[in-house]
Ligand binder design. Sequence first.
Ligand SMILES: Cc1cc2nc3c(=O)[nH]c(=O)nc-3n(C[C@H](O)[C@H](O)[C@H](O)COP(=O)(O)O)c2cc1C
Length: 345
Amino acid sequence: MNTLFQPYRLNDTLTLANRFMMAPLTRCMAGPGLVPTEQMAAYYARRADIGLIISEATIIRPDGQGYPNTPGLYSPEQIAGWKKVTSAVHANGGKIFAQLWHVGRLSHPFFHHGEVLAPSAVAHEGTVPRMRELEYQVPRPLTVAEIGQLAEDYAQAAANAIEAGFDGVEIHGANGYLIDQFLHHSSNLRSDQYGGSPENMSRFALEVVDAVNARIGADRVGLRLSPGAYVHLEGDKRDRAVFDYLLAELNQRALAYVHLGIFDDSLTFDYLDGRASDYLRAHYDGHLVGVGNYSADTALDAIKANRFDLVAIGRPLIANPDYLAKVQKGEALTPYADAMLTELV
Ligand SMILES: Cc1cc2nc3c(=O)[nH]c(=O)nc-3n(C[C@H](O)[C@H](O)[C@H](O)COP(=O)(O)O)c2cc1C
């Protein structure tokens, strides 16, 4: 267990107090104007003993919203709200990154009265969770100029995160949202420089990474990826070559870490020859964050086996604000239940 509780050096800028990260967890409890609340500050501060907290996914601009009451990072009021969160976490000795989010085709005009934008005009089947009457729409394909603007908007949100006191940002490139929609064949049918080949399909992800790195420094930037399509889009065996290319490029960029996006890391994918975490380990040279149904014990085994370097914990941290202390003392954890999502404890 000691390994997990030892400090872990990510780079010259960041050394974490231990190898635990709080996985990003959308809670839909931002206030009017999508401004973080005092309650959110207290919720994150309670978990400040975790080596690095990743905030709930935070939208970079209004048309990036896909769920009610998710916080933003584009208005002065939102930046001020986040300052309260980061100050509270820092006062308790913690570190926190903002997860930067645009949902792409998983948005709905209900949230922003504008268009739904995505790589291609392919709708996601179904309705917006928590808002069952809202069906997903066929998105309008982004123009090349709009794609350039989006990369710029991620960079501006990253600068806003630093202004708000975050220690860095995690770019949300996972779970079938905008960046991931470019990386998979089922959602990217483009025939211009953003589609049709591994290099072209990786272009937007890399432009976002490069724009954010240029703005705040790669040592403060993490990236979450889902090479295994497990939610919100269909996998395709041709996706493998896209991630092979993307990861080779990321190896040249000195990010703080890459973080797998998945709910259960025992899932395997034919086109990745097994688990997505093992695939990332084989292709990515930098710090890798594992996640998905891990306990401290199973995470320790995985880290000892060199399958990844750090572990992100999600649902157990919703159920146990004192997760780390309980693990350290060998105390039983409160089991997670979906009913806990209605309250921010
Ligand atoms: C309520 C809830 C909200 C989530 N919100 C996000 C999110 O905002 N961003 C993200 O990348 N993943 C999100 N996830 C996925 C988690 O980060 C994590 O990958 C997943 O819960 C698996 O880890 P666990 O088994 O330790 O819970 C969410 C998961 C849950 C249960």
